[in-house]
Design a protein around this ligand. Structure first.
Ligand code: NAD
Length: 271
């Protein structure tokens, strides 16, 4: 039986590039996305180009019944899911004192609770797979943060925390859990984040001074740009190998060292 990969946010950008790689590995692929029409179109293209079976379906990861219905549809069509990649993320910039509770709730509900919903819905498949692989798309901005992204970066830290916890919870089930940290990608991310905003929250995803403040706080962030295809190139191999962490591109050695040194100092002080 052919393995099945399920990818949320699979109709565009990084998710679509990961889907191409899964198909190239011979997996059947399910693309779940808020943009259902695009998900179906891209699934058809993936099938035609790779000779695998695919399914594209509208899903809103912020909606529990929608995610549960997607899991049912995967069960009905394929009866299995071996690799599940929770990849949806929405972006919303802003200095903390300009953000609202409702904006926080939206970003956290989609990025964090949405990831938990997707993982929960597909856990029964992953526990039966041999081996099961569960991956979450975080962001390199948690490795080396920048200003004006409090909501987004908080959510991506939480996605990382979710993965760390599930790794422990699922170890006895043989399900490997990975966190993927992409850096800047030339995708439609700001456009799709704006399209996904609930009507009562509509505003520009970022103000001009947000980009300036972000860049001033972390000038290297904008240097690490890649296409989604370049970023995704080696990710599926790493996930299939059960790698706990995958950094797609960029140079984060000094940033990680600097944080580790400070944490180590705090730990030694406490010891
Ligand atoms: N683009 C970047 O620079 C960058 C950098 C680091 C991390 N990331 C992360 O990579 C992931 C993929 O982003 P991308 O750059 O490929 O963006 P993208 O816009 O190309 O793809 C995101 C997809 O998610 C879908 N989506 C949005 N809300 C949804 C919802 N509620 N339910 C289901 N689908 C929904 C969109 O329709 C879109 O197709 C995200 O988690 C993002 O935060 C992106």
């Amino acid at each position: 039986m052919t393995d099945v990969a399920v990818i949320t946010g699979g109709a565009s950008g990084f998710g679509r590039a990961l889907a191409e790689s899964c198909a190239a590995h011979g997996m059947n692929v399910v693309l779940l996305d808020l943009d259902g029409e695009r998900a179906r179109r891209e699934a058809d293209a993936l099938a035609a180009g790779n000779g695998v079976e695919t399914m594209g379906r509208k899903v809103d990861v912020a909606d529990g019944p929608s995610v549960a219905a997607a899991a049912d549809a995967v069960a009905g069509r394929f009866g299995r899911a071996d690799l599940v990649i929770s990849n949806v993320g929405v972006q919303l910039f802003g200095a903390l004192d300009r953000t609202t509770d409702d904006e926080w709730r939206w970003v956290l509900d989609v990025n964090v609770v949405g990831s938990a919903r997707v993982a929960r819905a597909f856990l029964p498949f992953l526990r039966q797979a041999s081996p099961g692989r569960l991956a979450f798309t975080s962001s390199s901005s948690v490795l080396d943060p920048a200003a004006r992204m409090t909501m987004y970066q908080s959510s991506k830290f939480a996605v990382w925390g979710l993965a760390e916890t599930l790794r422990l919870e699922l170890a006895d089930d043989g399900v490997a859990v990975s966190v993927v940290f992409p850096s800047g990608m030339l995708s439609r991310h700001l456009e799709t984040s704006e399209a996904a905003q609930p009507g009562n929250l509509r505003r520009a995803i970022a103000a001009d001074d947000d980009f300036l403040a972000m860049h001033a706080s972390n000038p290297t962030m904008a240097e690490f740009l890649a296409t989604p295809e370049e970023a995704a190139a080696d990710v599926i191999d790493a996930l299939l190998a059960g790698a706990p962490y995958v950094i797609t591109h960029g140079d984060f050695v000094d940033a990680i060292d600097a944080r580790t040194t400070l944490l180590r100092h705090a730990a030694e002080t406490a010891r």
